[in-house]
Design a protein. Structure first.
Length: 177
């Protein structure tokens, strides 16, 4: 019998000072059986960084030809293609042909090794690459609850997150612009 996804519900008060974007978000996020909570929280954070009325989570890990998050126009054009983790350069090459913007958010302890191995293949592509601070993502995921209210304030290269279980700040480093 196949394992099913675990559902998490987030009520997020988002203040993105970089974009002057302020919104209340209600997100229902499925944690895939093969996904860890750190990756899911990196997805939620990336969603907050790109929040838009047309932004949506895809089927994710169960559909490898799609990104984790995308923003599509009403006529089906892909505006933003957002990957979480360490995607293959070939997938990013394909994505850069179909989307106006391609973003990668790498987040774990092996990010530096992935970037060292893939940088030469990815650097010619029009792809934005960011690396979340791994210990800070772990701290964020430790605060996770099945139903969670949180405040996210984005400023500069960091997001300050506050919830009932505490608060933390998650920084990111620009690897490619």
């Amino acid at each position: 019998m196949a394992l099913s996804s675990t559902i998490y519900k987030f009520t997020i008060t988002l203040s993105d000072l970089n974009r002057d974007y302020y919104q209340a978000l209600n997100l229902t996020v499925a944690l895939h059986p093969s996904e860890n909570t750190q990756r899911m929280m990196a997805r939620v954070l990336a969603y907050c960084l790109h929040a838009d009325e047309h932004l949506q989570f895809t089927k994710g890990l169960s559909t490898p030809e799609e990104p984790d998050i995308w923003c599509k126009t009403l006529d089906g054009q892909t505006l933003s293609w957002i990957e979480i983790g360490e995607p293959a350069a070939d997938k990013l090459k394909k994505a850069s042909r179909v989307a106006k913007e391609v973003w990668v958010y790498t987040f774990n302890s092996k990010s530096a090794v992935w970037w060292q191995q893939e940088q030469a293949k990815i650097s010619p592509l029009a792809v934005y690459v960011r690396q979340f601070n791994w210990p800070e993502i772990e701290t964020l995921s430790a605060m996770l609850e099945r139903k969670m209210e949180m405040s996210v304030t984005v400023s500069g290269d960091a997001a300050f997150v506050a919830c009932d279980k505490g608060e933390c700040e998650v920084h990111w480093q620009v690897l490619q612009d």
